[in-house]
Write a new protein. Structure first.
Length: 258
Protein backbone atom coordinates (compact mmCIF):
# COMPACT_ATOMS: atom_id res chain seq x y z
CA UNK A 1 0.00 0.00 0.00
CA UNK A 2 1.30 3.45 -0.96
CA UNK A 3 2.06 5.93 1.80
CA UNK A 4 -0.99 8.07 2.52
CA UNK A 5 1.21 11.11 3.04
CA UNK A 6 4.13 12.01 0.80
CA UNK A 7 6.85 14.25 2.22
CA UNK A 8 9.12 16.21 -0.10
CA UNK A 9 11.90 18.58 0.93
CA UNK A 10 12.58 21.42 -1.49
CA UNK A 11 14.91 24.41 -1.64
CA UNK A 12 17.56 22.70 0.52
CA UNK A 13 14.94 21.76 3.09
CA UNK A 14 13.54 25.26 3.49
CA UNK A 15 10.23 24.26 1.89
CA UNK A 16 8.46 21.04 2.84
CA UNK A 17 5.55 19.72 0.79
CA UNK A 18 3.05 17.36 2.43
CA UNK A 19 0.91 15.64 -0.20
CA UNK A 20 -2.32 13.87 0.75
CA UNK A 21 -1.90 10.65 -1.17
CA UNK A 22 -5.09 8.58 -1.30
CA UNK A 23 -6.68 9.52 -4.65
CA UNK A 24 -9.14 10.28 -5.91
CA UNK A 25 -10.73 11.67 -2.74
CA UNK A 26 -7.58 11.95 -0.55
CA UNK A 27 -9.78 11.39 2.50
CA UNK A 28 -8.35 12.59 5.80
CA UNK A 29 -8.84 9.33 7.67
CA UNK A 30 -7.22 8.22 10.94
CA UNK A 31 -4.15 6.79 9.20
CA UNK A 32 -3.50 9.95 7.21
CA UNK A 33 -3.99 12.15 10.27
CA UNK A 34 -1.51 10.01 12.20
CA UNK A 35 1.03 10.56 9.42
CA UNK A 36 0.35 14.31 9.47
CA UNK A 37 0.91 14.43 13.23
CA UNK A 38 4.22 12.57 12.88
CA UNK A 39 5.38 14.85 10.09
CA UNK A 40 4.55 18.02 12.00
CA UNK A 41 6.38 16.65 15.07
CA UNK A 42 9.47 16.13 12.90
CA UNK A 43 9.21 19.61 11.38
CA UNK A 44 8.99 21.13 14.85
CA UNK A 45 12.61 20.06 15.31
CA UNK A 46 13.82 21.65 12.06
CA UNK A 47 14.50 25.38 12.59
CA UNK A 48 15.38 26.15 8.97
CA UNK A 49 11.96 25.30 7.48
CA UNK A 50 10.37 28.45 6.07
CA UNK A 51 7.23 27.05 4.45
CA UNK A 52 4.98 23.98 4.72
CA UNK A 53 2.84 23.26 1.66
CA UNK A 54 -0.26 21.06 1.66
CA UNK A 55 -1.57 19.59 -1.57
CA UNK A 56 -3.24 16.44 -2.87
CA UNK A 57 -2.39 13.71 -5.35
CA UNK A 58 -4.51 13.62 -8.49
CA UNK A 59 -7.32 15.97 -9.50
CA UNK A 60 -8.52 16.87 -6.02
CA UNK A 61 -7.04 18.40 -2.88
CA UNK A 62 -9.30 16.35 -0.60
CA UNK A 63 -12.98 15.54 -0.04
CA UNK A 64 -12.41 15.99 3.70
CA UNK A 65 -12.40 13.87 6.83
CA UNK A 66 -13.65 10.28 6.81
CA UNK A 67 -17.45 10.21 7.25
CA UNK A 68 -17.20 6.53 8.23
CA UNK A 69 -15.10 7.58 11.23
CA UNK A 70 -17.74 10.09 12.38
CA UNK A 71 -19.90 7.39 13.98
CA UNK A 72 -20.74 7.78 17.66
CA UNK A 73 -18.16 5.13 18.61
CA UNK A 74 -15.29 6.47 16.51
CA UNK A 75 -15.98 10.21 16.61
CA UNK A 76 -14.16 11.01 19.89
CA UNK A 77 -10.78 9.66 18.75
CA UNK A 78 -11.13 11.02 15.22
CA UNK A 79 -12.22 14.50 16.29
CA UNK A 80 -9.52 14.83 18.95
CA UNK A 81 -6.83 13.75 16.47
CA UNK A 82 -8.14 16.12 13.80
CA UNK A 83 -8.37 19.09 16.14
CA UNK A 84 -4.90 18.29 17.44
CA UNK A 85 -3.54 19.09 13.98
CA UNK A 86 -4.83 22.66 14.20
CA UNK A 87 -3.39 23.19 17.66
CA UNK A 88 -0.07 21.72 16.53
CA UNK A 89 0.08 23.99 13.49
CA UNK A 90 -0.65 27.02 15.65
CA UNK A 91 2.24 26.16 17.96
CA UNK A 92 4.65 25.55 15.07
CA UNK A 93 4.06 29.03 13.63
CA UNK A 94 5.79 27.96 10.41
CA UNK A 95 4.24 29.70 7.37
CA UNK A 96 1.79 27.35 5.66
CA UNK A 97 0.19 27.24 2.23
CA UNK A 98 -2.59 25.11 0.76
CA UNK A 99 -2.30 24.49 -2.98
CA UNK A 100 -5.80 23.58 -4.11
CA UNK A 101 -6.99 21.85 -7.25
CA UNK A 102 -10.43 20.27 -7.54
CA UNK A 103 -12.53 19.64 -4.45
CA UNK A 104 -11.45 21.03 -1.09
CA UNK A 105 -14.38 20.14 1.15
CA UNK A 106 -15.23 19.67 4.81
CA UNK A 107 -12.17 18.90 6.90
CA UNK A 108 -9.94 19.62 3.91
CA UNK A 109 -11.29 23.16 3.67
CA UNK A 110 -10.69 23.51 7.40
CA UNK A 111 -7.06 22.49 6.84
CA UNK A 112 -6.80 25.11 4.09
CA UNK A 113 -8.40 27.72 6.39
CA UNK A 114 -5.72 27.01 8.97
CA UNK A 115 -3.02 27.92 6.43
CA UNK A 116 -1.57 31.40 6.02
CA UNK A 117 -1.97 31.24 2.24
CA UNK A 118 -4.42 29.49 -0.07
CA UNK A 119 -3.39 29.16 -3.71
CA UNK A 120 -5.92 27.70 -6.15
CA UNK A 121 -6.42 26.94 -9.80
CA UNK A 122 -9.60 27.34 -11.82
CA UNK A 123 -10.75 23.79 -11.01
CA UNK A 124 -10.86 24.45 -7.26
CA UNK A 125 -14.13 24.18 -5.35
CA UNK A 126 -14.56 24.78 -1.64
CA UNK A 127 -17.30 24.06 0.86
CA UNK A 128 -18.32 23.04 4.38
CA UNK A 129 -21.16 20.59 3.58
CA UNK A 130 -21.30 19.07 7.08
CA UNK A 131 -24.72 20.60 7.85
CA UNK A 132 -26.25 18.36 5.17
CA UNK A 133 -25.11 15.36 7.21
CA UNK A 134 -26.69 16.69 10.38
CA UNK A 135 -23.42 17.89 11.92
CA UNK A 136 -21.23 21.01 11.88
CA UNK A 137 -17.49 21.70 11.37
CA UNK A 138 -15.88 22.83 14.67
CA UNK A 139 -12.62 24.38 13.33
CA UNK A 140 -14.42 26.13 10.45
CA UNK A 141 -17.03 27.48 12.86
CA UNK A 142 -14.20 29.39 14.54
CA UNK A 143 -11.88 30.08 11.61
CA UNK A 144 -14.26 31.02 8.81
CA UNK A 145 -15.82 34.07 10.55
CA UNK A 146 -12.32 35.34 11.32
CA UNK A 147 -11.20 34.84 7.73
CA UNK A 148 -14.19 36.24 5.80
CA UNK A 149 -16.56 37.84 8.33
CA UNK A 150 -19.56 36.52 10.22
CA UNK A 151 -22.25 37.21 7.60
CA UNK A 152 -20.56 35.30 4.78
CA UNK A 153 -19.27 32.59 7.10
CA UNK A 154 -22.69 31.82 8.55
CA UNK A 155 -24.20 31.61 5.06
CA UNK A 156 -21.61 29.02 4.05
CA UNK A 157 -21.72 27.09 7.32
CA UNK A 158 -25.52 26.90 7.52
CA UNK A 159 -26.22 26.13 3.85
CA UNK A 160 -23.24 23.89 3.17
CA UNK A 161 -23.11 25.12 -0.41
CA UNK A 162 -20.08 24.60 -2.63
CA UNK A 163 -18.35 27.62 -4.16
CA UNK A 164 -15.62 28.03 -6.76
CA UNK A 165 -12.18 29.62 -6.64
CA UNK A 166 -13.39 32.95 -7.98
CA UNK A 167 -15.98 33.32 -5.22
CA UNK A 168 -13.30 32.28 -2.74
CA UNK A 169 -11.17 35.12 -4.07
CA UNK A 170 -14.08 37.54 -3.70
CA UNK A 171 -14.33 36.43 -0.06
CA UNK A 172 -10.63 37.16 0.40
CA UNK A 173 -9.74 33.50 1.03
CA UNK A 174 -7.33 32.91 -1.82
CA UNK A 175 -3.96 34.57 -2.28
CA UNK A 176 -3.83 33.76 -5.99
CA UNK A 177 -5.86 31.91 -8.65
CA UNK A 178 -3.96 30.31 -11.52
CA UNK A 179 -5.22 28.86 -14.77
CA UNK A 180 -4.32 25.26 -14.00
CA UNK A 181 -2.27 23.10 -11.66
CA UNK A 182 0.92 23.43 -13.71
CA UNK A 183 0.61 27.20 -13.73
CA UNK A 184 -0.08 27.23 -9.99
CA UNK A 185 3.02 25.15 -9.30
CA UNK A 186 5.20 27.51 -11.32
CA UNK A 187 3.69 30.69 -9.88
CA UNK A 188 3.93 29.52 -6.27
CA UNK A 189 7.56 28.44 -6.75
CA UNK A 190 8.45 31.91 -8.05
CA UNK A 191 6.45 33.60 -5.28
CA UNK A 192 8.25 31.60 -2.60
CA UNK A 193 11.63 32.31 -4.17
CA UNK A 194 10.92 36.04 -4.17
CA UNK A 195 9.00 36.54 -0.93
CA UNK A 196 9.81 33.67 1.47
CA UNK A 197 13.28 32.23 0.89
CA UNK A 198 15.18 35.52 1.40
CA UNK A 199 13.65 35.87 4.87
CA UNK A 200 14.93 34.55 8.21
CA UNK A 201 13.06 31.40 9.27
CA UNK A 202 13.06 32.71 12.82
CA UNK A 203 11.59 36.05 11.75
CA UNK A 204 8.93 34.32 9.66
CA UNK A 205 7.83 32.21 12.63
CA UNK A 206 7.70 35.21 14.93
CA UNK A 207 5.74 37.07 12.26
CA UNK A 208 3.24 34.23 11.91
CA UNK A 209 2.88 33.98 15.69
CA UNK A 210 2.16 37.71 15.95
CA UNK A 211 -0.19 37.89 12.96
CA UNK A 212 -2.08 34.84 14.26
CA UNK A 213 -2.52 36.08 17.82
CA UNK A 214 -6.30 36.28 17.49
CA UNK A 215 -6.74 33.05 15.50
CA UNK A 216 -4.49 31.09 17.86
CA UNK A 217 -6.34 32.49 20.87
CA UNK A 218 -9.66 31.32 19.44
CA UNK A 219 -8.31 27.87 18.60
CA UNK A 220 -6.58 27.27 21.91
CA UNK A 221 -9.37 28.62 24.11
CA UNK A 222 -12.53 27.88 22.14
CA UNK A 223 -11.84 24.78 20.02
CA UNK A 224 -12.01 22.49 23.10
CA UNK A 225 -15.37 24.06 23.96
CA UNK A 226 -16.80 23.53 20.46
CA UNK A 227 -15.30 20.03 20.41
CA UNK A 228 -17.18 19.24 23.62
CA UNK A 229 -20.41 20.51 22.07
CA UNK A 230 -19.81 18.28 19.04
CA UNK A 231 -19.04 15.13 20.99
CA UNK A 232 -21.28 15.51 24.04
CA UNK A 233 -24.31 17.26 22.59
CA UNK A 234 -24.41 16.82 18.82
CA UNK A 235 -23.35 13.17 18.65
CA UNK A 236 -25.98 12.32 21.27
CA UNK A 237 -28.76 13.38 18.89
CA UNK A 238 -30.73 11.18 16.52
CA UNK A 239 -30.24 13.41 13.49
CA UNK A 240 -26.44 13.58 13.69
CA UNK A 241 -26.18 9.79 13.74
CA UNK A 242 -28.89 9.44 11.10
CA UNK A 243 -27.16 11.88 8.77
CA UNK A 244 -23.87 10.01 9.01
CA UNK A 245 -25.56 6.62 8.56
CA UNK A 246 -27.58 7.85 5.59
CA UNK A 247 -24.44 9.14 3.86
CA UNK A 248 -22.61 5.84 4.41
CA UNK A 249 -25.63 3.84 3.23
CA UNK A 250 -26.15 6.19 0.25
CA UNK A 251 -29.78 7.03 1.04
CA UNK A 252 -31.73 10.17 1.96
CA UNK A 253 -31.68 10.93 5.69
CA UNK A 254 -34.86 10.65 7.74
CA UNK A 255 -34.72 13.60 10.10
CA UNK A 256 -36.62 13.65 13.38
CA UNK A 257 -35.42 17.13 14.37
CA UNK A 258 -34.04 15.68 17.58
Amino acid sequence: MADKLLIEYREDGQVVRLTLNAPKANILDAAMMTDLHRSLDVLAQQPHVKMIQFTGTGEHFSFGASVAEHTREQAPDMIKSFHGLFLKLSKLSIPTAAMVSGNCLGGAMELALACNFIFADHSAHFGQPEISLGVFPPPASLLLPLRIGTTRAEELLLTGRIFDAHEAQDFGLTTRICADRTGMEAWVAQWIEKHILPKSAMALRQGVKAARTQINHFLERLLPQVESQYLDELMATHDANEGIAAFIEKRPPEWKDE
